[in-house]
Design a protein around this ligand. Structure first.
Ligand SMILES: [Zn+2]
Length: 481
């Protein structure tokens, strides 16, 4: 039997610096620079415990293990994980329908949560019924630690003031970031629920040094600032931009553009509501963030999660540095650690040791978009981020673009509509368009039609919400519906 106290105690025993302070390069050096062999032993120990904890406390997982005729003792090392059940989004949705309102996968009851809870978390999406999850007070403390560790790796230190240009609501990641900053002793300006003008006012008045936001919104905010006669590079104190939810911070040309906009260094992190609640599952480090010649890599919190990267069709593990979909087993949650949760996101994993000295493996280029973002055009696979990287490398172009896919007869057609930089004369547009078309064809291996538009003609992503990510692909092909 693994009780809640035992599981929580084990998780805690491998957190050496929960509430700070820290000095030097690492928030928790004992864990972050642990030799790989030792780290693997810690993971094995936590893995055995989490299976026992789920088996004994989660009715849903108890049933799943039983269906496969598996008992906790069948799981000895992390290599045994492949025997276990996969969890997909629909599983939790069905569980919540059958056992409202929270389903039966949690390891705590609603009554226990009402006495030892932190919040409800939920996921984005507008059509399906929202799925809701109970978060315990201990989970909040673990997220806090994970974010302190990530923010510290970015170079955030006491004296920094953070401005968060997102709306937290029931989306857990930002709560983690908020409390994580607080244990470093940094104040946070919660800039949700206001328009860009007000955000700029708060950002400047508070002399915020760190801006947190979705890449497309961070670029929009810089544009809005310039419209109001404010140069974000010179007239604000911002020297760090932390981004998530879109691949931008890992797309070299987008990263460069944002660094120039704000005269700041950029950092990337990723999480996942169901799989990893409000913790930082991946985070870049100050050393990685210096790279401009290739997409930066994010460290994975491997002490707190087992990440598998598998082929999207066969679910067999892919090789090191090969692209596959990400499956996460949670090694930190008290209220609902997920087992083999299938995230739709693509990843390339490496365990090569980073220059920073952290021993956690890394996701090369962060999360590489979702499998369903991947476009198949005339039989060729195209990732929208490849198109973005080319567009953002053109000084003659603005930030906004759209990819439109149509079908003429049997042939797929790809059109990229992109706004011009207002400084470019109209007589030069066609030349810019021709150059862009050539570079896109080289990057994606297909003929690409280009349409250059005037500034401010495409729609903007003005709210900066985590669930209102920029949607830049319109697939009008009959087969897409
Ligand atoms: Zn590193």
């Amino acid at each position: 039997m693994v009780s809640r106290q035992e599981w929580a105690g084990l998780v805690n025993s491998y957190i050496h610096n929960k509430y700070g302070p820290s000095s030097g390069n690492y928030w928790d050096p004992r864990v972050e620079t642990m030799p790989r062999k030792e780290l693997e032993e810690v993971r094995n120990k936590k893995f055995r415990a989490v299976v026992g904890y789920l088996y004994d406390n989660s009715p849903y997982y108890h049933r799943k293990f039983k269906e496969l005729k598996l008992r906790p003792e069948d799981f000895k090392t992390t290599a045994d994980i492949v025997k276990g059940p996969l969890t997909v989004k629909q599983d939790f949705a069905i569980s919540e329908t059958e056992h409202p309102p929270f389903g039966d996968f949690h390891c705590m009851t609603m009554e226990e949560w009402s006495k030892d809870g932190f919040m409800i978390e939920s996921t984005g999406g507008t059509t399906a019924k929202p799925r809701i999850f109970m978060v315990s007070a201990s989970d909040k403390d673990n997220w806090t630690y994970l974010y302190a560790r990530a923010l510290w790796a970015f170079g955030i230190r006491p004296g920094d003031i953070l401005f968060n240009a997102t709306v937290y609501g029931p989306f857990p990641g930002m709560w983690g970031a908020h409390y994580g900053a607080n244990v470093i002793k940094c104040p946070v300006v919660a800039g949700g629920g206001m328009d860009s003008k007000r955000r700029l006012f708060f950002l400047r008045e508070t002399k915020s040094t760190v801006l947190i936001g979705v890449p497309s919104y961070v670029m929009h905010l810089a544009e809005e600032a310039r419209k109001a006669g404010v140069d974000p590079a010179k007239d604000t104190e911002v020297n760090h931009v932390i981004m998530m939810a879109e691949p931008g911070a890992c797309v070299p040309a987008t990263k460069k553009r944002i660094e120039d906009d704000w005269s700041a260094t950029t950092h990337d992190y990723f999480g996942h509501t169901e799989a990893f609640m409000g913790g930082a599952l991946g985070y870049s480090c100050a050393e990685e963030d210096k790279h401009h010649d290739r997409p930066v890599a994010d460290h994975i919190s491997e002490d707190m999660a087992i990440v598998e990267v598998v082929d999207p069709d066969t679910y067999e593990p892919v090789g090191k540095e090969e692209k596959g979909i990400t499956i996460v087993t949670n090694l930190m949650s008290i209220s609902y650690p997920t087992f083999r949760y299938v995230m739709g996101d693509l990843m390339k994993y490496t365990d090569d040791i980073c220059e920073c000295g952290r021993t956690f493996g890394r996701a090369m280029g962060g999360l590489l978009g979702r499998v369903d973002d991947m476009l198949k055009i005339r039989g060729t696979v195209v990732y929208p981020s490849a198109v973005e990287d080319v567009i953002r490398s053109f000084k003659e172009l603005g930030n906004e673009y759209e990819i439109v896919l149509t079908k003429t007869g049997e042939l797929d057609e790809m059109l990229v509509k992109v706004e011009v930089n207002p400084a470019v004369e109209r007589s030069n547009w066609s030349q810019v368009g021709k150059k862009l078309s050539e570079e896109l064809a080289l990057a994606v291996g297909l003929r690409v039609n280009v349409e250059i538009l005037g500034a401010n003609t495409l729609s903007r992503f003005t709210r900066g919400d985590l669930d209102a990510k920029a949607k830049r692909v319109r697939d009008l092909r009959p087969s897409a519906h």
